[in-house]
Design a protein around this ligand. Structure first.
Ligand code: PFF
Length: 508
């Protein structure tokens, strides 16, 4: 007997939830580190092309499909194109589960830094881990390394998982209640950080750097690849997150308008996050390191520690912002997985929540375990950090785009695309016509295939895993992660598809 499917209390609630999912760690960290890597302003051009060419169109499709089928991705795709399509849907849901596990592990470390921002983070502390000597480390680095080498992250990861489950306990209703507070607050905090950043001496230089294009890097395919995969990640596309959220929409919704609004909110947040971070970096002449995670854990805190006044308050604000942005994204990942299971097996929500909590927690624990496998493994030496790096490489670097490609093939070719467009057009002011259909059927799959092929060529010619050689060659682990990713996401997808469907709908 299926439970009645809830729905958003208002359109605003849906927009806040969807933009809360899109605005996450990706906006605050990955965009800025990519922009830095590719010469500041130059990154905007491919990024804007990616936004209009792929971001908004795929978001429209996901919203339309979710509202049309009123199901989460595996079940919506099954309904629209049969069992083959369902495998692709579960592949997406399971890739999303992997990302959820390490996204939550990162949030657990952020919670640790948040606790530290109340005091300890700003003081020098001797480092007992990883054979590091405190002399060469900033206070935030020492604090971070001490924290990740202790057992504390295990507690933090339980707390973050519990928070996720609590926020989604009643589906759309409880998510909406939380995003109504968190999302506006995130904007306010970001504006406060920008004002602080640009009023620092030298801060404005950073903004100029961010807005001065360097067109010479435009010929680099890497920048295009970076922009396109970042677009999928930042807009939470490919894994059916938006489909799950749209399945809670009422029968009528202007999907074109919603998709454009969510995408613009997301990208504006990203730009203003760039303003805050770049002004800070330039004010204190701090160069971001290659890794984007070091940006949140070391680089920005190092800048904040240099503030003339109110260091503790701004530090606390920064980590609170990261926690809120991360949570409103992680809940969308968890909710889409939970909803996929409920929609297929017609199980009570509480049972599924407990199951997902236990499995997800076990996975996240692997990522935060403090043991050192091999101090030469990478510069931090924990298994967790290395696993985040490896799984991110597959589940995000490849999984996301592969899922996006499957989605486009299913919606564009296996399902009647015209029927879907008619459905979207019925309640949208801007009508989608044959050009949009051409984009979905030909251009977008082609663009994604090109990016995937280029990545695979890089992979092979670059020694199978881009920087494996430089990072002490954890290529053995690299293969374990690759095999783990395939078995978990592909094997799991086939298994889930074969299991008997008990839904009879899953929708109200
Ligand atoms: N969009 C989120 C961010 O930018 O951090 C992360 C994310 C959420 C990625 C959901 C993918 C996803 F399906």
């Amino acid at each position: 007997m299926s439970e009645v499917r809830g729905s958003w209390g208002s359109k605003l609630g849906f927009i806040l939830a969807a933009s809360g999912s899109a605005i996450g760690l990706g906006n605050i960290v990955f965009f800025s580190s990519n922009a830095y890597k590719y010469g500041g302003g130059a990154f905007y051009v491919p990024y804007l092309v990616a936004l209009f060419l792929i971001g908004i169109p795929v978001m429209i499709l996901e919203l339309g499909a979710g509202r049309f089928a009123r199901r989460s991705m595996p079940n919506a795709l099954y309904q629209m194109a049969g069992k083959r399509a369902e495998v692709a849907g579960w592949f997406g849901a399971l890739n999303a589960s992997i990302i959820t596990m390490y996204y939550i592990a990162i949030l657990a470390w952020i919670l640790g830094m948040w606790v530290g921002s109340l005091g300890a983070l700003w003081q020098a502390s001797p480092v007992e881990a990883f054979g590091l000597s405190s002399g060469e480390l900033s206070n935030s680095m020492s604090y971070f390394f001490n924290m990740i080498s202790s057992q504390r992250p295990l507690l933090y990861v339980v707390l973050i998982w519990a928070a996720n489950i609590l926020i989604i306990i009643r589906g759309a209703k409880s998510i909406e209640a939380v995003v109504k507070i968190f999302v506006p607050l995130m904007w306010v905090m970001m504006v406060v950080l920008i004002i602080r950043g640009v009023t620092l001496p030298g801060g404005i230089e950073g903004i100029l750097y961010l807005f001065t294009p360097d067109f010479s890097v435009m010929a680099d395919v890497g920048i295009w690849k970076g922009a396109f995969s970042q677009m999928f990640f930042t807009l939470s596309l490919g894994f059916g997150i938006m489909m799950a959220y749209a399945s809670y929409l009422p029968r009528k919704n202007d999907d074109v308008l919603s998709a454009t609004t969510i995408s613009f909110l997301n990208c504006s947040f990203e730009y203003i996050a760039g303003l805050a971070i770049f002004s800070l970096l330039f004010a204190f002449a701090i160069a971001p390191k290659a890794s984007s995670l070091s940006m949140i854990f070391f680089v920005v805190p190092e800048g904040i520690a240099e503030f003339p006044v109110l260091v503790g308050i701004f530090g606390f604000l920064f980590f609170t912002l990261l926690l809120m942005a991360g949570l409103t994204s992680s809940v969308s990942l968890v909710e889409s997985v939970v909803l996929s299971v409920i929609d297929k097996f017609d199980l009570p929500r509480m049972k599924v929540l407990v199951g997902v909590f236990l499995v997800g927690l076990a996975g996240s624990v692997l990522f935060v375990l403090p043991q050192v496998v091999d101090p030469g493994l990478s510069d931090d030496g924990t298994l967790g950090f290395t696993l985040v790096d490896l799984f991110d490489h597959w589940a995000f670097g490849y999984g996301l785009l592969i899922c996006g490609l499957f989605e486009l093939i299913i919606l564009g070719w296996l399902h009647d695309i015209d029927a879907l467009l008619v459905f979207i057009n019925e309640s949208s002011r801007v009508k989608l016509g044959s050009k949009f259909r051409f984009l979905v059927r030909y251009i977008l799959p082609l663009v994604i295939v090109c990016i995937l092929v280029l990545s695979a060529v890089d992979e092979i010619t670059g020694g199978l895993y881009g920087n494996a050689m430089e990072t002490g060659g954890y290529s053995g682990l690299h293969f374990v992660a690759f095999a783990g990713w395939i078995v978990f996401s592909l094997g799991g997808a086939v298994l889930f598809t074969m299991l008997k469907r008990r839904d009879g709908g899953g929708g109200a």
